[in-house]
Design a protein around this ligand. Sequence first.
Ligand code: 3PG
Length: 210
Amino acid sequence: MTDVHHTEQIIAAKKIVPVVVLEEAADAGRLADALLAGGLGCAEVTFRTDAAAEAIRRMAERPDMLVGAGTVLTAAQVERAVEAGARFIVSPGFSDAVVARSRDLGVPVFPGIASPTDIMRALDAGLSTVKFFPAEQLGGIPMVKALAAPFRSVRFIPTGGVNTGNLAAYLAVPAVLAVGGTWMVAPDLLAARDWDAVTARTRSALESIS
Ligand code: 3PG
């Protein structure tokens, strides 16, 4: 559990978790450079592509990067992610199998939740930090506040529709640990290998909350 709290503290300090969909693992190093140049040593590399495990491995080599795995849907993916060096696991919804395997391996896991019932499942599993997904589509900030009211120990990582325009308002909610999103690592930027744009969007996101 100590490692869980330590990792959560790092995520809270970074405030933003870029959600990465990388087609080519060979681009992982350049992407890490671009994020670090923008001031953000953090990434959630999603298992939406076959490049995920190798991309995690390459990014996790950087001592200044906190790299986790996202869109983790199975226990087998938890194993591949941890073996590659992922320091946290994120899933879009709540899966007993994903949560159990993550806990067996001692890696922090942030399951997606969309309702009070989901949160109670997370609490039953001994978790108190969850991804709120998809955040904007589910009602955004008023919904986070409504969910936080009865669950005072729960911390949320809203993801989905978060961007530089609404980032500060999410982070102003005390129950929000950090936010996640693709906007500074948008698929079109990665496809074009526009690393300067990744750096610029990352920097401007951080400036919006400084
Ligand atoms: C995710 O899986 O976390 C979402 O795709 C992120 O949503 P966004 O693209 O709206 O940031």
